[in-house]
Design a protein around this ligand. Sequence first.
Ligand code: NOJ
Ligand code: CA
Length: 674
Amino acid sequence: MKFALIALALVALLVPAKADAVAEIASPGKVLAVQVRIDGEGKASYSVSRGGHTVIAPSALGFLLTDQPQLKRNFAFAGADTASHDDTWEQPWGEWRFIRNRYNELRIHLKEKIAPARRLDVVFRVYDDGVGFRYEFPEQVVLKNVHIAEEVTEFDVADPAEAWWEVGGDWNSYEQLYQHTRLDAVSQAHTPLTIKTDGGVYIAIHEAALVDYAGMWLKRIDGQRLRSVLSPSAQHAAKVVRTAPFTSPWRTLIIADSAAGLYMSHLELNLNEPNALGDVSWVRPYKYVGIWWAMHLTNWTWASGPHHGATTEHTKQYIDFAAANGFKEVLVEGWNYSWDDDWFANGHSLSYTQPYPDFDIKALAAYGKAKGVKIIGHHETFGKVDNYEAQLSGALDLLAGLGYDSIKTGYVADEGGLTVLGEDGKLSYEYHDGQALAVHHLKVVTEAAKRHIAVVDHEPIKDTGLRRTYPNWVSREGARGQEYNAWGNPPNPPNHESLLVFTRMLAGPFDFTPGVLSLTGKGGQKIQNTVAHQLADYIVIYSPVQMAADLPENYVKYPGPFQFIKDVPTDWSETRVLSGEPGEFAVMARKDRNSNNWYLGAVGDNTKRRVAVKLDFLDNKHHWVAETYLDAKDADWDSNPHAINIARRAVTPGETLTLNLARGGGAAIRFVAK
Ligand code: NOJ
Ligand code: CA
């Protein structure tokens, strides 16, 4: 008790605790504050205020366990510790080179008042632009093996709000269309969940450092109260099985007064552990082309046969095209046995070491090497994680031996349809973001790192910022990518990217595969973008590895816009979101990490819109020439999608440009420093 009082006094140094709060802590700039309360039943809760106004009303903390009483009532406050932190770290690659990590920390010790008197810590890190908190299960005899039935963390959004969200736990690998509703109409959401209060406060709820734990969905309980629902496990009755001591992932809340402010936060990266891989100079951002879009158009097949895409001849053509146009890598899908079976039913027959006979893996690696082009290995698993893990070492050794430095993995499977081999030797059927998959993905990433291979995963587990700790985990999918524009039914809507910027992109890089200049999907159907929009995607949808997804012959057909794709870098020292609203528009400027040049991208929605852009990000030390790729006056995704004005002119820092975005339109600009 004495300890508790001393600790409380320490907290009081930062902010005097409110009458009913056991502890309170403010962010370094006193923008945000977190209060922790324990009620008469011993239930602990937290709340968050911004400038003294409640943003998150008192919200529950705790757990249900499968083999012990619930861990969410009868708590007593057993003390608190505080700490402050302020440093700046460097990203090996990314949207920003330097990232400041400045927060105040409050650690709350909880102890049950009744036997067995279990202990649980909750740690809050409070930044000026957000809050992260996690549970820490200390080592204790009475709770050593922890079997979590459910985490019951709540987020009770105080003010009336609207939300942009994607359903959580549904069948389609997080490739559903986003919904825009009132917050009190959300059912169960995936994260990041983006919220805007009627008073204009923007909130994004997500998680950081999802390691050996189940991913979190958010279920609306009543009103605007959301509660965590962990992704299930089929291996155990419990959703998470761990041995104490361990920590949960961070539960994160970015809180800003603009949508741009959400994107500009570094909360998630800061809450991850620093680089665990040491020298990662072998992880290189790049642009790539690939034997890919032709399959999605159904011109070629992944399976063997007369239309097989991954042939030696095709791959040589792509390597030649890459070398001639400055692309560093070529993705080849469908190179390995056996895509001929039913993907969902027979994925267990896939081999990761046996190429189809018309794909000469050795000769192609040598051919690429001579031309300075690498091949990206493709490991589609069809969700048969057991089959992939059984072959993982051999598969990675094969590629490393051939000089490959990247793999794209894939987990095409319905939710609850991924097969994993349990410790008991039995197969279980799992979700994409269950604990078993969290463990699997890190296994692939760390095994790949040992061989200096970078990983891009499709149908992935959600991104929680682990690229900071494992910088070879360079990109992933985890939302509707360009592939939907090939398939249709329906294609991505014109506002898809302006929605993604403020939702999915808050999580991290997206291998969206932009650059389809033909603007045509399967059977000639229209992509709902203008050409300038496809170019702007390279700026607004960040990934350190960016594809030029279209067929080479289409790039030959459209050399004007193709020049932007050739010029645009994929590694940045600085990023600014200049303006935007979720699902309406987004304007971003990024500075090349390897030159003084800046790039701007703007995407809109299904209306014509005019956006003013002040060029105050350009410095006064240089003369600036803008190479502009803008929707022509009569451009329109439906009636005139290829109408683009490409021009060059001198601009001055501080000048204001007016961008006229067409329906489904965009703008892309390269600012060259002279
Ligand atoms: C879905 C992926 O998103 C896509 O990029 C890939 O081509 C197919 N699966 C086949 O693996
Ligand atoms: Ca996909």
